[in-house]
Design a protein around this ligand. Structure first.
Ligand code: AMP
Ligand code: MN
Ligand code: MN
Ligand code: MN
Length: 285
């Protein structure tokens, strides 16, 4: 039975509804799955309901848009209280900023001769965590690009003509918020290539010693073996939980099949212990 601690649903930029996601997890031999939509908990109740129905354990998760100085970092929160007012307050700033940049991206695309409307993009997002993948989906629907990846490579990625930044929570603050909400904080894919989702080992060490970071995601499809080895050693030295997950986005990301990357049972148990130590309630394994 596999443990996959990083997946997305239609409540952010995945293409499976939470119900489909949990059903597909079971088909892929995943018995424990964490739904970690970007900046929102909205898909969790549906996922947990489906999990109870078919016997898949769903861990409540989130992938928070954070930053370290100028760099974007993604922080996974596990087992947090999804009604915590402070955390929800900061997340609402992220969600507002996600909404506000869509017209800016659309107008940059217009300058590039790509005629899609804000409504075309809104239509592609089921929840309020809207992002560049939904812009890409609107571009695919209008026939400008073949898939999301092409839209990112030509227009939407950092440094490309239609790139627009957005609000991100300083990562130290994001860790504190996760802890105050009773959760464990794990840095997502710390060493994948390209701007936006990268962080130095010195900063990981600082976040561990000064902010009590709980873990790092070692096994992720976009992290090569050299990075994984480095993270495994660093995590061991710092006493961090070392997790793995597919970062499944349904058909929205190629090479991220459910259960393709996994977390060891002992690491999940360690994470549960951390969650309890932060005051979170999570059922026994
Ligand atoms: P945003 O949330 O608007 O900043 O967009 C970032 C999201 O886009 C990430 O969470 C990824 O899921 C997705 N993404 C980034 N690069 C690509 C790519 N080349 N192809 C498909 N999806 C991507
Ligand atoms: Mn995503
Ligand atoms: Mn990420
Ligand atoms: Mn993700």
């Amino acid at each position: 039975m596999k443990i996959d601690l990083h997946t997305h649903s239609t409540f952010s930029d995945g293409t499976d509804t939470p119900t489909m996601l949990v059903a597909n997890a079971q088909k892929a031999g995943v018995g424990v799955v964490a739904l970690c939509d970007h900046d929102t908990f909205d898909g969790l109740s549906e996922a947990m309901e489906m999990g109870r129905r078919i016997g898949v354990r769903v861990i409540p998760g989130i992938e928070i848009s954070a930053c370290s100085g100028e760099d974007s970092v993604h922080l996974l929160g596990y087992g947090t209280d999804i009604h915590n007012a402070d955390l929800l307050g900061e997340l609402s700033k992220c969600l507002k900023s996600r909404q506000e940049r869509i017209p800016q991206i659309v107008s940059k695309l217009t300058e590039e001769g790509i005629k899609i409307s804000v409504e075309d993009v809104q239509e592609k997002a089921a929840g309020n965590s809207i992002g560049r993948p939904h812009v890409a989906d609107a571009m695919v629907a209008a026939g400008y690009v073949k898939h999301r990846n092409e839209a990112f490579e030509k227009y939407l990625a950092y440094g490309k003509p239609a790139y627009v930044g957005r609000y991100e929570i300083p990562v130290e603050k994001a860790i504190d918020l996760v802890h105050s909400a009773g959760g464990a904080a794990v840095l997502a894919h710390p060493l994948i290539k390209g701007r936006g989702e990268n962080i130095s080992t010195e900063i990981i060490e600082k976040l561990t010693l000064e902010n009590g970071l709980d873990g790092i995601e070692v096994d992720h499809p976009d992290q090569d073996n050299v990075s994984r080895d480095l993270l495994r050693q660093l995590g061991h030295r710092l006493g961090l939980m070392r997790t793995g997950g597919s970062d499944y986005h349904g058909t929205g990301k190629i090479g991220h099949a459910l259960g393709s990357e996994t977390t060891r049972h002992s690491a999940l148990q360690g994470l549960v212990t951390r969650i309890r130590s932060h005051g979170g309630k999570i059922s026994v394994l």
